[in-house]
Design a protein around this ligand. Structure first.
Ligand SMILES: [Zn+2]
Length: 82
């Protein structure tokens, strides 16, 4: 009786829960670009609220990285322009 799981895998369905009501009646509502990376914005049809997924933080920030924050920011800014 794993038909549902198989179907989900076939469709490659990305399950996203609402952060407010934990409902699954959620649609994608565009993306936001932050310094930390790309953030997917969602709209919950159940409670009619928008929320964002947490940014994909692949790296943990070391104190050194924070000290270099300004230059990292400038680098990201230039990349965004291009
Ligand atoms: Zn909700």
């Amino acid at each position: 009786m794993d038909f549902n799981n198989k179907t989900k895998k076939l469709l490659n369905y990305e399950e996203k829960k609402c952060v407010f009501c934990e409902g699954k009646n959620v649609v994608k509502a565009g993306q936001r670009f932050k310094r930390e990376g790309r953030v997917q914005k969602y709209y919950c049809k159940t409670c009619k609220r928008y929320f964002c997924s947490s940014p994909m933080l692949h790296k943990t920030y070391s104190p050194k990285a924070i000290l270099n924050g300004i230059s990292l920011y400038n680098l990201g800014y230039k990349l965004d322009i291009i």
